[in-house]
Design a protein around this ligand. Structure first.
Ligand code: SF4
Length: 117
């Protein structure tokens, strides 16, 4: 099934390219979602440290909305800039993904667990 899906999307991507479509007519099967855009560290080389904008957190409602919009979805990576465990909705988000049969992986900063805000 996995290889059939790969072929379907590879062919779809080529057809979309030949037709000059800017967007592929196929829905993604895998996405990255950023749980939060802040970190418990302040590494000087990192852009997160220097952002002045207000912190945004993925809400459970927004996550469920994403799941509903993408019925072809088979995998979600919860990652991005910052430390995912700082999002107080993270457990609910993981539970929602699990209830929807969605394998979710979590990428962290590989540091000790920060306090959830
Ligand atoms: S996201 Fe990574 S690199 Fe950036 S401040 Fe946090 S630990 Fe440092």
């Amino acid at each position: 099934m996995g290889s059939l899906r790969k072929v379907y999307h590879a062919v779809g991507g080529r057809v979309a390219g030949r037709l000059g479509l800017k967007r592929t007519p196929f829905l993604p099967t895998s996405i990255d979602v950023e749980p939060i855009d802040t970190c418990n560290f302040a590494c000087d080389h990192c852009q997160v440290t220097h952002w002045t904008r207000k912190t945004t957190r993925l809400t459970t409602e927004r996550f469920v909305s994403i799941l509903r919009q993408l019925p072809m979805l088979r995998q979600i990576k919860l990652q991005g800039m910052g430390e995912p465990l700082l999002n107080s909705h993270l457990i609910e988000i993981l539970e929602e993904g699990e209830m929807g049969g969605m394998p979710s992986s979590l990428r962290r900063t590989a540091t000790s667990s920060p306090a959830v805000k």
